[in-house]
Ligand binder design. Structure first.
Ligand SMILES: NC(=O)c1ccc[n+]([C@@H]2O[C@H](COP(=O)([O-])OP(=O)(O)OC[C@H]3O[C@@H](n4cnc5c(N)ncnc54)[C@H](OP(=O)(O)O)[C@@H]3O)[C@@H](O)[C@H]2O)c1
Length: 299
């Protein structure tokens, strides 16, 4: 019998194999969230991690009713605690290494999260040893210039933040990373390949060109050469687009970088980008000249 993949549905065995390959390769942080596949991501990860304590687990509580930028804020300390208890159960762990408030998308909702008991509940969970470190992740589709993190990082409230950085959204390099260094806040980069799909993102030349086309359509880049040139990315060769994308992120002073991968083969491809040399200053300057003005994530 020849089996085929049914869309995005979860394949626990394949997932387990990938998780074990990731840990065996020396990767020591895995990111998930309660809201990913309604807890299924945590459950299959928990199953894959049985007997594997040699990895840090980061998970998240989302105080909104959806992932959309205009979602309603629904945070409460009771829900946060219940969410963490559920995460611990699904992950089969007695503690979570990093707990993030998930996708904090505006200054107003950051303020609510800090004052309505949610932040206090995180601190208490940390005191109880159920969580080791606390932080927030941002929502770059809604906050491409990182206003939330620019307020949150200097507040001293958080150990870690999760932020978007990739060569099509470079704003965090100046707006967030120096602040994190100054305040000794750990940085977990998300979406290094611009949260790619096969059609758009930093996974192939056609997908990267499609992303550029979407930026020109949105008015973020001029619809003229070099942006309309099919050879726009030739200067990155011999690196592939994903390898250049990862080597772009790793050229910065970051703590770690989470890249989505579904197979051990993908892992092998991406491990190639882990060690230096990362992108050189001339290539970084060229990417900044081309895309540094983009201030909003477009997928
Ligand atoms: N607000 C938030 O807190 C938030 C929002 C979004 C994401 N995140 C987190 O950020 C991390 C990364 O996000 P992400 O997975 O959406 O984005 P990503 O890492 O930028 O992109 C992942 C996509 O790129 C593909 N890919 C990876 N390596 C590749 C390669 N070498 N060649 C071709 N394709 C490749 C993957 O395909 P395959 O699946 O086929 O391997 C996957 O579709 C995750 O940990 C996620 O949980 C957080």
């Amino acid at each position: 019998m020849r089996y085929r993949r049914l869309g995005r549905t979860t394949d626990p065995e394949g997932f387990k194999t990938t998780v074990h390959a990731v840990i065996d390769a020396g990767i020591n942080l895995i990111d998930t969230a309660e809201s990913y596949e309604n807890g299924v991501s945590e459950s299959v990860l928990g199953e894959a991690l049985v007997g594997r304590d040699d990895v840090l687990v980061e998970t998240k509580y989302r105080p909104y009713d959806s992932h959309m930028p205009n979602a309603n804020y629904t945070g409460s300390p009771e829900r946060l605690v219940a969410s963490v208890e559920g995460s611990l159960r699904r992950l089969r762990r007695d503690h979570i290494d990093i707990l993030l408030g998930h996708g904090i998308r505006s200054l107003a909702t950051l303020d609510r999260f800090m004052s309505d008991g949610c932040y206090g509940a995180m601190v208490k969970l940390r005191e109880q040893g159920k969580v080791r470190f606390i932080g927030i992740s941002e929502l770059s589709e809604g906050d491409g210039t990182h206003q939330v993190l620019q307020r949150a990082v200097p507040s001293g409230a958080f150990d870690v933040v999760m932020l978007t950085l990739n060569f099509l959204l470079q704003t965090a390099a100046d707006a967030v990373l120096p602040l994190c260094r100054q305040h000794d806040v750990g940085t977990v980069v998300m979406m290094p390949l611009n949260q790619a799909s096969k059609a758009s993102g930093l996974v192939s030349v056609p997908a990267a060109l499609e992303c550029v086309r979407r930026h020109t359509a949105a008015g973020n880049l001029p619809a003229e050469p070099p942006y309309t040139d099919p050879g726009l990315f030739d200067f990155l060769q011999p690196l592939s687009i994903p390898e250049a994308g990862l080597r772009y992120v790793l050229a910065h002073d970051i703590g770690t970088c989470c890249v989505g991968m579904q197979s051990p083969q993908r892992l092998q491809e991406n491990l190639r980008a882990v060690d230096p040399p990362y992108l050189d200053t001339a290539t970084l300057a060229r990417l900044r000249g081309l895309f540094g003005r983009i201030q909003m994530q477009v997928r």
